[in-house]
Design a protein around this ligand. Structure first.
Ligand SMILES: Nc1nc2c(c(=O)[nH]1)N[C@H]1C(S)=C(S)[C@@H](COP(=O)(O)O)O[C@H]1N2
Ligand SMILES: [Mo]
Length: 534
């Protein structure tokens, strides 16, 4: 054989092997998808590996990802996993052409990795390992068949020469057929998955929220200053930020949902369904929710009108007393259907503020992404220590005895919201014209309220901004300051004073462990009027 022919043969074997590996991976993923529809969507290999990666990502990397990619971080994680999976699959295929058992072991082993990832997730049962195991076996089997077809003994009567047992066209047809079958199986899996959550979808569509016994007063007309570019006072649900570890949004069926309250100092453990909860007096309350991983000036804050049951009333019915009244538990641990744990101080939850088990958000049942059917909301605490979505269980315990999910990942056990203010307009990229420029934004210090907002230009004197009307102490407040802007580059800074008179600190700190501090600043270039006279 000539040198050139040998090279060609090797290249073909590598290419052919890689194709075998990739196609086998597609087949494996498709069958795993079908299997996960029968178990639960979170058990599909990509969701399982992704979830395990999220659980183990060091806090620094997570902060960086949130900063760089925002809410696209989940999509990028899934894409990253697919790229790695593809690379390993191609490698397994090339390996299989040389040494069939090794390649097949690698393909199957990857299924094992998925299974272990699924088992490592909170709330996992042995069933969660099944989709990855099925996928790994399927990938190994398909790889075996494809590689045999590619390199197996030449059929009797076949023309001599070449590395292929099948001709190129025959192999191409086999690949196409396998891919088509995989696509069909994957699609069937998706449809079956949707069918599995159809009950949940219907239970939300059918849910009619009762009128509140204690309605919130209408939002004062002056709360929304209607400055172009400012955050709306009430954040529409579709624009509300979303922060959670769920790669697949849990879809809980409201008809079978139950919540259990138990633990230290609970003399009357409670367990109830949604109907029981809705039969209680509901209160309506406007609360601004914000995330501890929000950088100064960042987007992870939103304001909504929540409808729910006062949590303190339920706890009292269960016999719970706050520590100040001799109760043994100082931590309330909320647990979600996806295994998230969020710990709040019992004292705060029972101090008279409107800590809610919320069922409604801006006049509709909670969206699935925001915790349907029931979540917690506590004014004045960051979301990671208060706002558990897809709630399933409330356990009374102590901070000494139990660290919740984020606390085990370098965040503080207790985290009241820090006073923050944000310049929404002008944006850093804006190039306003000299003259009057409206500088405006929002400021928040939940449960303390905002009493003053000030703006300064180029580190000059502070100017008092005009505040939007206050809608209680638990929401953010809009503010605006009219700036006589001169041409050139300028830096705007904002600071707020809360309802206790404490001025927002200018000391810049990062988000870990209990929320960022510092003043938001925006640097803009002001254009001069074009002049027609010299
Ligand atoms: N089950 C569950 N609840 C959760 C989280 C989560 O990851 N899982 N994230 C918390 C965090 S960190 C925040 S800031 C809020 C965000 O709520 P939202 O997504 O409705 O805005 O939800 C909280 N509740
Ligand atoms: Mo958060």
């Amino acid at each position: 054989m000539t040198r050139v022919k040998a090279d060609q043969g090797r290249r073909r074997r590598i290419l052919g092997g890689a194709v075998c590996g990739l196609v086998a991976a597609c087949a494996g993923l498709a069958l795993a998808e079908l299997a996960s529809a029968a178990v639960r969507p979170e058990s599909s290999p990509i969701a399982a590996v992704g979830g395990a990666v999220v659980d183990r990502t060091p806090v620094g990397v997570k902060e960086w990802a949130i900063r760089e990619f925002g809410t696209a971080d989940k999509l990028l994680l899934a894409l990253g996993i697919i790229v790695v999976l593809g690379a390993v699959a191609a490698l397994a295929g090339v390996l299989a052409v040389r040494h069939l058992p090794a390649g097949i072991a690698l393909a199957g082993g990857f299924g094992l990795v998925g299974a272990l990832a699924a088992l490592s997730r909170p709330e996992a049962t042995w069933r969660d390992a099944l989709p990855s195991l099925v996928g790994g076996l399927a990938a190994a089997g398909v790889l075996y068949l494809l590689v045999r077809a590619l390199t197996g003994p030449r059929p009797v009567g076949a023309p001599p020469g070449g590395a292929w047992s099948m001709d190129r066209r025959g192999f191409g047809r086999l690949v196409a057929a396998t891919l088509a079958a995989s696509a069909g199986i994957g699609y069937a899996g998706r449809r079956l998955g949707a069918y599995g959550s159809a009950g949940a979808t219907a239970s939300r569509a059918d849910l009619v929220l009762p009128e509140p016994a204690v309605p919130a007063p209408p939002v004062p007309p002056g709360a929304d200053l209607r400055v172009p570019g400012i955050s709306r006072f009430i954040t529409p649900n579709r624009d509300f930020y979303r922060v959670d570890t769920a790669l697949v949004v849990p879809r809980v069926d409201a008809d079978t949902w139950r919540l259990r309250i138990h633990g230290d100092g609970v003399s009357h453990p409670l367990e109830f369904g949604l109907r029981d909860l809705l039969a209680r007096p509901l209160v309506e309350h406007d609360i601004t929710l914000c995330c501890v991983s929000n950088e100064v000036g960042g987007p992870y804050a939103g304001n909504a009108r929540w409808l729910g049951v006062r949590l303190a009333d339920l706890l009292r019915e269960a016999g719970v007393r706050p520590p100040s009244q001799g109760g043994p538990a100082d931590q309330l641990v909320a647990r979600s259907v996806d295994g998230m744990t969020i710990g709040s101080p019992v004292e705060t939850v029972m101090d008279g503020r409107d800590a809610l088990l919320a069922v409604g958000m801006n006049g509709e049942p909670l969206p699935f992404a925001h915790g349907f059917p029931v979540r917690m909301v506590v004014p004045g605490l960051y979301g990671y220590v208060s706002a558990c979505k897809w709630l399933r269980e409330l356990q009374l315990t102590t901070f000494a005895a139990y660290d919740a999910y984020w606390v085990r990942r370098s965040w503080a056990q207790q985290a009241p919201v820090k006073t923050q203010s944000r310049i929404d307009t002008p944006r850093p990229s804006a190039e306003p014209e000299e003259g009057r420029v409206a500088v405006a934004g929002v400021a928040w210090a939940q449960h303390r309220g905002i009493s003053r907002v000030e703006v300064r230009v180029d580190a000059g004197p502070w100017h008092e901004a005009r505040l939007g009307a206050a809608d209680g102490n638990d929401t953010w407040r809009q503010w605006v300051w009219e700036w006589e802007a001169a041409p050139g580059r300028h830096t705007l800074e904002v600071r707020a004073t809360d309802g206790t008179g404490a001025v927002q600190t200018g000391v810049r700190t990062g988000t870990v462990p209990d929320g960022a501090t510092g003043w938001h600043s925006v640097s803009v270039r002001v254009r001069s009027h074009s002049r027609i006279t010299p």
